[in-house]
Design a protein. Sequence first.
Length: 255
Amino acid sequence: MRDDLDLHIHTVHVGCANETMSLPALLARCEELGRAHIAITDHLNGPQHLEPQAAIQEELPSYDGPLKVTWGVEATIADAETGALTVTSEHVGRFGYDFVIGGPHGRYGETDPDAIIEINHRLMLATVRNQIVDALVHPWWFSRVEWDKGTMSWFEDMSRIPDRHVEELAEACVETATAVEMNGGAIVYHQRFTERFKDDYREYLAALCDRGVTFTVCSDAHDIAQLDYATGAAQLLADAGVPDEQIMVPGASEL
């Protein structure tokens, strides 16, 4: 079980994580948790995030501890019609990212359950086929806001997701060598996901694993207390029968 990894962590710089997630604080906490390799992957959703990304890039080299650190970024969907992402190859060149993760982050105006499933599947495939992407983030995550609005109350398990979606996603991931993220914060500790959903998710991971998909392990921490969520992610992968050999670890960055 690779509970020494956390390949999706946010910082205070971009603003989606709170004030506890300064780089020195989160790096120290990862050391305390026994992590060996982490990735800093804050959002780049638009021009407003360019300056914060530059600030992270400038601060990271000051770390001189035992952790292997990969400098990365999280992208979301910029255009739901084409599947284009908010992070481009130009951004990768400008900031020197060594690890790009991304995927859909919503229902994109759809209200019908089957339409929500279809658009998310299509956008996941588009993300996986994007040449700059190394890992698909949190498949089938939807924010708590959607439950509060009542739009996702039907999503108590994964029975509506067609088997062909598993086949198509696995084929695309294997073809492009793109990993699927196992996200502790978004899945294991999601307040609205039922135990039945999590049982189905374990079977979903097992089905992808059987088809040769690789995985990443992460917390998706936005608060320093959430950094231990990566352990739950690693445990769910182990429970799904994913061997360590199918867990992808990016190279460490030269900070």
